[in-house]
Ligand binder design. Sequence first.
Ligand SMILES: *Cc1c(COP(=O)(O)O)cnc(C)c1O
Length: 385
Amino acid sequence: MTDTTVVPTVPVMRPWLGPEEAEAAAAAVASGWVAQGPRVVEFERAVADQLRAVDGVAVSSCTAGLHLALVVLGIGPGDEVIVPSLSFIASTNVVRYVGATPVFADVDLATANVTPETIDAVRTPRTRAVMVVHQGGTPADLDGIRALCDRHGIAVMEDAACAIGAEHRGVPIGGGSDLVVLSFHPRKVITTGEGGMVLTTRPEWGARLRRLREHGMSVSAAERHGSRTVTLEQYLEVGFNYRMTDIQAAVGIVQLAKLDAIVATRRARAGRYREALAPIEGLALVDDPPWGRTNYQSCWALLPSSFPSTRDELLQHLLDRGVSARRGIMASHLEPACADIAHGPLPVTERIANDSLILPLFHEMTDAEQDRVVEAILEAAGPTR
Ligand SMILES: *Cc1c(COP(=O)(O)O)cnc(C)c1O
């Protein structure tokens, strides 16, 4: 044994969960109704109201919700869907689930998002939809993208896995859009363990999404259970089991009430990083775009070419000092699973994927923990500052 005090590693992310979530989950269990039921309905209403959407359909994950959004749009074999390569690989995978072809668009260096220009550069007569990803919680230029897509009859859907609590022109991401999909994975802003939700402005799509998540059934299990007359269901189309449980929804209802506080903290901590890292010349920290506000789900920094070490060396340096940062957003086109997807040059995607890192940021982070991260980065930057 040595007398060295072991300082715990600063994690990159930790969900803000307390006794309230535990009690809500326990109450769902005690009620005897643990599958999709009344708490899912309540969670859907609460999320839709808070984000100013017409309807919300809870699903088992964001990946499942993205899949259903493509089904609702009628996308299939022979169709092309434009997606950023610079995203979690789920954005690309779901396009393949429906037999369509993903077409990679490059992104903008400041936001890590697709733009009207990068979309137009890869558009073809077979383009049926664009999957806009609000990467790391930074809103993409929805007005510009919609204007382009409307001109060409292309549908716009949004992968807002990271973006609950972000805003586009004063409207919460998720409000006022045809199809927006959220994630409640613990790496995101609020969590249900696993889970997602599809938000839509169109009631008929909401009804179809509810059917598709439950095997194409004409009457949900919860409705059948609550009915006082014998109700025989029909299976109207090929559907899926993409349901959320009431235990998850119970946790989600508590988490949703914390959303504003979580986003406020994340924005304040990002501001503190910006100030503390300002001495490193050329280091760019993600920021609000002119058209909206980010929630800093990923507080990522792009290293300047003058930085004395590579990104991966910096990650190791941080780990050696008890700081768990992460590589930046992945470039899907560089993964073996995407080797068969044809694409043009994606220089900005590759630059961000190679030279960016995600800084630790979580609701209960202390000033002392954040200072440790800053000191370790300043140390690695050495005389470049
Ligand atoms: C996390 C993430 C997903 C997948 O979310 P799940 O809920 O885990 O399925 C999809 N797209 C993006 C951009 C993500 O960050």
